[in-house]
Ligand binder design. Structure first.
Ligand code: F6R
Length: 269
């Protein structure tokens, strides 16, 4: 697990964008996994700048992590709309190669089951972009989600509905269910990058990187993955013991190791 801490979100976003550019320069027809929410905004802006400078992503396929159940795809806060606005259009992607889970109430469960097969048939995800919820969720895998879970309909935690109410007119408008890639699905990506900024993410980031590996803190399960990079600003990193070394003047990059004794997983440093 690699941890990159920078002074501000724009700087870490630029570095994450370069990682993505390098990956898809080598694999121009590879599959990228994308997240919605505010955490990857600066990353999509940085990627958009690279595309304007000549980066060609037109051959890639994209799979989104999740979608609300019960919002029409044309709703401005549906993840169909968000991905179109934040990813497909600015990155000049082929819309027929961009996939978002189906959130239609009647068919969501059936469509969710087919989503993992579609990812496999596309060749599997080369690089997955994640945000992290204040409760440690990844995708909409809330605390307690099984580590081998697949894409499915999930119930949102009340804290998640509250966090996301900023995107809706009233808190009651936030859907109570979503379709989300499972933790097992996400873990099959060859590489994962996690974007997190702000002090409100500091606890979740600490638990993910330095906490025990437990389904109660879904992002901690990323410690079991061989290729995860966290891109953090100082505030999101403020509760990490690693951050002490940043203050010593090192450049803000570490290989994290397992902090929680008693876990069966091993990690190199
Ligand atoms: C979004 C997603 C979520 C968000 C998380 C953080 O597709 O799956 O896990 O990444 O809720 O949201 P923001 O970035 O808005 O703080």
């Amino acid at each position: 697990m690699k941890v990159i801490i920078r002074d501000d979100p724009a700087t870490s976003a630029k570095e994450a964008a370069l990682q993505i550019a390098a990956t898809f320069h080598n694999e121009p027809h590879g599959v990228l996994g994308v997240a919605t929410g505010s955490s990857p905004h600066a990353l999509y802006a940085a990627l958009t700048a690279l595309v304007a400078d000549g980066l060609d992503l037109s051959g890639i396929t994209v799979f989104a992590l999740d979608e609300y159940v019960g919002l029409d795809p044309s709703h401005p806060q549906s993840y169909h709309s968000v991905i179109d606005r934040d990813v497909t259009v600015p990155l000049r992607l082929d819309p027929s190669q961009v996939f978002v889970p189906e959130g239609n109430v009647a068919s969501a469960a059936h469509a969710a089951a087919a989503y993992d097969s579609a990812i496999s048939e596309a060749g599997g995800i080369l690089l997955q972009i994640l945000g992290i919820g204040t409760n440690g969720h990844i995708g909409f895998n809330e605390p307690g989600s099984p580590r081998d879970s697949r894409t499915r309909v999930v119930r949102l935690a009340e804290s998640t509905r509250t966090d996301n109410s900023r995107f809706f007119a009233t808190p009651a408008d936030v859907p109570s269910e979503a379709v989300s890639q499972g933790i097992g699905t996400i873990s099959e990506a060859l590489a994962i990058i996690v974007m997190a900024n702000g002090s409100h993410k500091a606890e979740a980031v600490r638990d993910a990187i330095e906490g025990c590996v437990t389904e109660e803190s879904p992002a901690s399960l990323l410690q079991l993955h061989p290729d995860v990079t966290f891109y953090l600003d100082r505030d999101a990193a403020s509760l990490l013991r690693l951050d002490d070394r940043a203050r010593d003047g090192r450049d803000g990059e570490w290989s994290a190791r397992m902090w929680c004794t008693g876990s069966s997983a091993s990690m190199s440093s």
